[in-house]
Design a binder for this molecule. Structure first.
Ligand code: ZN
Length: 306
């Protein structure tokens, strides 16, 4: 006992004076592995966006590659309940039933979920997932998937006219407008800010239950204010859905960073406290605010040829 005491004391001192450990941070699981986008390039940006806030510690679970056999899928079994929030950077093959059931159960019981950009293209056939994300695009979505959601006269509007779900024009910078400034995710943000080069998703369709649009952007294609940031209540769980984030350069902007951090915190806890501070370099209506990250271009790549 007398020999154990000094080491116990040392441990007590260490625990008292150690800086906030990663243990106290909200645990995030990012899922990637298949996407019609460069998920291997964007996942490190999502990880940086979250961890640079100091509020999160991020792990990544990568699914088997497209066309993998059943044994590979059998071995992929993320334990969602170990995490405060699950972030999807995935758009690909349907997950095995047991993983789908586990995610449904996790969110319904109060887990947090975040869908980033093409994650809303995923799983047109998985009904519970579509209720979770509210609306999605492509993958054969149409009026049978649910209404087209946009903002009309300042309010959420469900357009039931027939048509395909999911569209976007060429990538460009566009202004994101806050539609609900009273939500923890958008509180204190400028009413309008310039988002860096990205695809402006439009004509998203889905069950659109318990969904709220927090911010939206005017589409050249539809002339409507199409949702950029949404929140969805799903059972006891909370879902944050950002349609932004086509490429690393679309994410490497202070506006994307802060809204992802706040959305993830809100999905995890129902409030925004740790990521509430609006940085002085948050974009304005006329000026984006690039974030530098090693291994990613400092400048936007040349405009794609039209
Ligand atoms: Zn895209």
């Amino acid at each position: 006992m007398s020999r154990l005491l000094p080491s116990l004391l040392a441990l007590a001192v260490l625990l008292t004076f150690a800086p906030a450990s990663t243990e106290s941070r909200m645990r995030v699981l990012v899922i990637d592995g298949q996407n019609n986008h460069k998920w291997d390039i964007t996942t490190p940006v999502l990880k940086h966006a979250l961890e640079s806030s100091g509020a999160f510690s991020v792990e990544v679970s990568t699914t088997p590659a497209k066309g993998a056999d059943a044994a590979a899928w059998e071995a992929w079994n993320p334990k969602f309940t170990d995490y405060a929030v699950v972030v999807s950077n995935y758009n690909g093959e349907l997950w095995p039933e047991k993983v789908r059931t586990a995610l449904d159960a996790y969110v319904l019981a109060g887990g947090g979920f975040v869908a980033v950009h093409a994650a809303n293209n995923s799983f047109p056939e998985w009904q519970e997932y579509n209720r979770m994300i509210g609306v999605g695009g492509w993958g054969g979505r149409d009026e049978n998937s649910g209404p087209w959601l946009y903002v009309k006269d300042g309010r959420l509007f469900r357009d039931v006219s027939p048509g395909k779900g999911g569209a976007h024009g060429p990538q460009h910078e566009f202004v994101v407008e806050v539609v609900n400034e009273d939500h923890p995710v958008t509180r204190g943000l400028p009413k309008r800010w310039l988002h860096t080069r990205d695809e402006l998703y439009s004509r998203l369709r889905g069950p659109a239950e318990n969904v709220e649009i927090l911010a939206a952007a005017r589409s050249d294609l539809t002339a409507e204010l199409e949702p950029s940031l949404m929140v969805i209540q799903h059972g006891k769980g909370r879902v944050f859905h950002t349609t932004l984030g086509h490429a690393d350069y679309s994410m490497l902007c202070r506006g994307f960073y802060l809204t992802l951090q706040r959305g993830a915190e809100w999905a995890a806890t129902g409030d925004v406290k740790l990521t509430a501070a609006v940085p002085a370099d948050f974009p304005t209506e006329d000026k984006t605010s690039p974030v530098a990250l090693e291994g990613h271009p400092k400048q936007l790549p040349p405009e794609p040829k039209k």
